[in-house]
Ligand binder design. Structure first.
Ligand code: BG6
Length: 490
């Protein structure tokens, strides 16, 4: 099957942080794949910006290297043509020098789509926005793209949003949460709202609980300084996990229009029951990995990875979350995420209620709850676990088996990386898969009291061995309710 490519109009994309890890690892490979698929229209220009004093050719060479290293298509097919679109401007965003060169390079038709991608630390967002305005670079067709996390708490997010908002209208601001660009995350909307089967059952009368797991086998890699200041709650829960929760829990939007979808997600965020000092012990578990075995070898502890024996930064979080509204009262959402877990797997599990009465004898075997497992990565797909009769004579024996749909096999098509979709959405001006200001701020309003309660309690994060599923307390968090995380069941 071949996917339909709808070309985007010619655009200018300026990448601040153009020599950084995100640009190399994600943005340029994504742009290259979209280019190879014929989605760009000429003349499109991509301009990297950073402090490094590089010539254009030297910058293009670093991009060619990055494409090779980070898995974009083999060099040769279109590489040269792609590199020719790329230019470079060295400048320090804090200083007024260098901007005139950027102005010259962007000169031309002011109605062209112009996108500024801020692949920089969030404390630079306001400065860059201000400088763009000061140097007359913001046109009506301009948009700005900012990476998560927007801020490190509610107050700093507000300051950053104010600073960007002083230059750009909300409709020009694209706040990326790359999880929203993942194919299977979008599929959650298709599954719920393009089928008549699930929606009538999608509430606590029929659903027992929901689990959201985003597990990673990697450690903090080269990001010790950032991660030490962030921790898993800010790095993953405030954005990715809460966005997934919103898509599972929200009411059906009236359309796919950006505000229709975001209004519904916002209502979910506002319905989350508070977690604070009064219930922190019962509803949260935080952990930090110690030395252990992961990815086929021995690995060091987090404290060693970041060079801080006293670190109290969490690399694992498990939460029991209540969405306090009519649809979800009584059906908790269990969330967990961590680094150095046994495997990289992101999954949403919707566990339906047990049957009210069994007509089968004990010999038939145990009857498990119907589960819908939405696998975001790897091996994207869905499984609906059902009880069925084992074939053959010999009585009624029941087996728990999945209706199994692997998207790669079903569609025979390569699933684009999240950034491919999201970058093209920015150029098209479609903000449905981006976070609106009030969503980001509502998420922080719910997260901040958790952080505060953790810091008030003198309990450090619980240790867990690298390569395990986090502290034992995370299992207890679910077992206390007579449930268990799904990998222990199926
Ligand atoms: C990022 C986090 O947002 O998401 C990283 O900052 C994390 O710590 C990454 O590793 C996970 O993304 P993915 O797409 O690999 O699941």
């Amino acid at each position: 099957m071949v996917s339909r490519i709808v070309k985007v109009e010619p655009f200018d994309l300026v990448v601040f942080g153009g020599t950084g890890d995100l640009a190399h690892r994600k943005l340029f490979p994504a742009l290259y794949r979209r280019f190879l698929d014929g989605q760009f229209s000429a003349p499109t220009r991509i301009i990297g910006v950073s402090r490094q004093p590089l010539e254009r050719e030297a910058y293009q060479a670093t991009i060619a290297d990055a494409l090779g290293q980070f898995g974009a298509a083999a060099p040769g097919d279109g590489l040269q043509a792609f590199l020719e679109m790329i230019d470079y401007v060295p400048l320090d965003v804090g200083s007024d020098e260098g901007w005139s060169l950027l102005e010259t390079k962007l000169a031309g038709d002011p109605t062209r789509v112009r996108a500024f991608y801020l692949a920089t630390a969030p404390d630079r967002f306001g400065v860059v926005a201000k400088q763009l305005a000061r140097h007359g670079l913001v046109t009506p067709a301009s948009r700005i793209i900012v990476e998560k996390p927007v801020g490190r708490d509610g107050a700093s997010a507000e300051r950053i949003n104010d600073a960007i908002g002083a230059v750009f209208a909300e409709s020009q601001i694209f706040r990326i949460d790359h999880y929203l660009g993942k194919e299977t995350v979008q599929n959650m909307m298709a599954l719920r709202f393009a089928n008549a089967l699930f929606e009538p059952l999608w509430n606590s009368a029929h659903i027992d609980h929901v689990e959201i797991t985003v597990a990673e086998s990697i450690g903090v890699e080269g990001r010790a300084a950032y991660y030490e200041n962030a921790g898993a709650l800010r790095d993953m829960v405030q954005n990715h996990l809460l966005q997934l929760l919103c898509l599972v829990a929200m009411e059906p939007p009236s359309s796919l229009d950006a505000d229709a979808v975001r209004d519904e997600k916002l209502k979910v965020l506002k319905s989350l029951a508070p977690i604070d000092a009064s219930n922190i012990g019962a509803l949260t578990v935080r952990g930090q990995y110690g030395a252990g075995a992961s990815e086929g070898g021995a690995v060091a502890s987090y404290a060693k990875d970041v060079g801080n024996d006293k670190s109290t930064t969490e690399t694992f979080v498990a939460l029991k979350v209540s969405v306090a509204n009519w649809r979800w009262a009584g059906a908790p959402f269990y969330l967990r995420t961590g680094k150095r877990l046994p495997q990289r797997v992101s999954e949403v599990v919707v566990a339906f209620r047990a049957i009210p009465h069994s007509m089968f004898s004990a010999d038939a075997g145990r009857i498990s709850k119907t589960r819908l497992v939405i696998r975001l990565q790897p091996d994207e797909g869905i499984k609906l676990w059902l009880m069925l009769k084992e074939p053959g004579a010999g009585g009624m024996r029941l087996r728990y088996v999945p209706l199994d749909m692997n998207f790669a096999e079903a569609f025979q098509i390569y699933a684009p990386d999240a950034y491919e979709r999201l970058l093209m959405d920015v150029i098209r001006g479609n903000a449905t898969l981006f976070m609106r200001r009030d969503e980001v701020e509502a998420a922080w309003r719910w997260i901040d009291p958790i952080r505060e309660a953790w810091s008030l309690s003198n309990d450090p994060p619980r240790p867990y061995f690298a390569g395990t599923w986090g502290p034992a307390a995370s299992i207890a968090l679910v077992e206390r309710d007579g449930r268990s995380w799904t990998e222990e069941v199926v």
